[in-house]
Design a protein around this ligand. Structure first.
Ligand code: GAR
Length: 196
């Protein structure tokens, strides 16, 4: 399928940037057509603007219907797939109902472990290190109404060294995330992963 991608991001947007950069380098049927952030001063928004992509600030602090605003943007840009890339808010149920099995998330651990409410960003890596795990990694999954719970589409693991701490582990995982998200989108664009 030709992907018209809408991306939601809250902070740094390095995954957003990696997706954009890979698309430029490879011959793929993927276009990032809109970027939404709950955070108007996020680096994700600056990155998207620099790339000439339409950006939107949609936050529960400024509107009482985040879902409706998001759907309006996605319809306007004919979005057919949504990717959460470091989006730290729960996605409104109305968006999931309008785009069933069309919302992806990236999580910095090997789900189903180290996911769920409150498990995001550094908290995930701190929990993994405290549990003395030998491996962690990244997961791309479909979003449903529960945190980090939908069908797993792709995963990659990394070994944890004795010398690793949460900060070094986060850096290693972010690096693999940057390739894994694009690779998964490419598999979708080439119909090698099919979303029901
Ligand atoms: C990434 O590590 C992503 O997996 C994580 O936030 C980071 C965002 O980085 N997401 C979650 O923890 C969601 N549960 P980025 O803004 O530089 O792409």
């Amino acid at each position: 399928m030709k992907i018209r991608l809408g991306i939601l991001a809250s902070h740094g947007g390095s995954n957003l940037q990696a997706i954009i950069d890979h698309i430029k380098k490879e011959d793929v049927q993927i276009e990032v057509v809109a970027v939404i952030s709950n955070n108007s001063s996020s680096f994700a928004i600056s990155r998207a603007k620099k790339e000439g992509i339409a950006t939107y600030h949609i936050s529960s602090k400024t509107t009482n219907d985040v879902g409706k605003q998001m759907i309006k943007v996605f319809k306007q840009h004919k979005v057919n797939l949504i990717a959460l890339a470091g989006y730290m808010k729960k996605i409104p149920i109305s968006v999931l109902e309008t785009y069933p099995n069309r919302v992806l998330n990236i999580h910095p651990a090997l789900l189903p472990n180290y996911g769920g409410k409150g498990m995001y960003g550094m908290k995930v890596h701190e929990a993994v290190i405290s549990a003395n795990e030998l491996y962690s990694g990244a997961t791309i999954h479909l979003v449903n109404s529960q945190y980090d719970d939908g069908r797993i589409l792709n995963q990659q693991r990394v070994a944890i060294l004795k010398s690793d701490n949460a900060t070094t582990l986060a850096a290693k995982i972010l690096l693999i995330e940057h390739k894994l998200y694009f690779d998964t989108l490419k598999l979708l664009a080439e119909d090698k992963i099919v979303l029901q």
